[in-house]
Design a protein around this ligand. Structure first.
Ligand SMILES: Cc1cc2nc3c(=O)[nH]c(=O)nc-3n(C[C@H](O)[C@H](O)[C@H](O)COP(=O)(O)O)c2cc1C
Length: 166
């Protein structure tokens, strides 16, 4: 449904938030107008699809590894994500992804609110993701996890703390 990635970058206004909700498996159950507009798909095309539909090949696997690890523990996570549009373009977001609970405390789905990333932070993120991708090319997820772990130890920070410090 989505074209091959191109070098075209899309931007969205600072006052917009791109929202999706998913079920426990990451299948999209809700997408707001702003999200549909930037991706370039209709609601009918989007609902029910797995969220990796818009996965960009430039994204290191380790970011999604952390995302699912946090969410399944019931903890929210912040992540910089490069996403794919239907026409092959891309856009960067700073996503805050949270679990949704029922009244008994069971996780019933997930929610992502994406904002415009700060340019200064994005420069650091691009540098980091290039290194993580290189690690994944040579040694898979195990190697990028190791690299990330080493970096966090050097900084004396947890993953989310580090992301928010960028
Ligand atoms: C609420 C929620 C929002 C997500 N948003 C995105 C997103 O914007 N882009 C993305 O590539 N993956 C997103 N994911 C993660 C995907 O489910 C998936 O783990 C990721 O695309 C990696 O796919 P892969 O393991 O098939 O490579 C989201 C997951 C959840 C639960």
């Amino acid at each position: 449904m989505l074209s091959q990635p191109t070098r075209e970058e899309k931007h969205f206004p600072k006052d917009k938030i791109l929202v999706t909700k998913t079920d426990l498996k990451g299948r999209i159950t809700y997408a707001n107008r702003e999200f549909l507009d930037i991706v370039g798909l209709s609601e009918a095309q989007m609902i029910g699809q797995p969220h990796n539909l818009i996965r960009h090949p430039d994204m290191p696997k380790v970011v999604f590894y952390y995302l699912w690890e946090f969410l399944q523990k019931g903890v929210e996570i912040n992540a910089y994500v490069k996403n794919l549009c239907a026409n092959g373009a891309y856009y960067w977001v700073m996503a805050n992804v949270t679990p949704s609970f029922d009244l008994k405390g069971s996780i019933i789905g997930y929610h992502s609110a994406r904002r415009n990333p700060e340019a200064k932070a994005l420069e650091k993120v691009k540098e980091l993701y290039t290194k993580l991708l290189e690690a994944e090319k040579s040694g898979g997820l195990a190697q990028s996890r190791q690299l990330m772990q080493k970096l966090l130890e050097e900084k004396g920070m947890h993953y989310d703390e580090f992301i928010l410090s960028l």
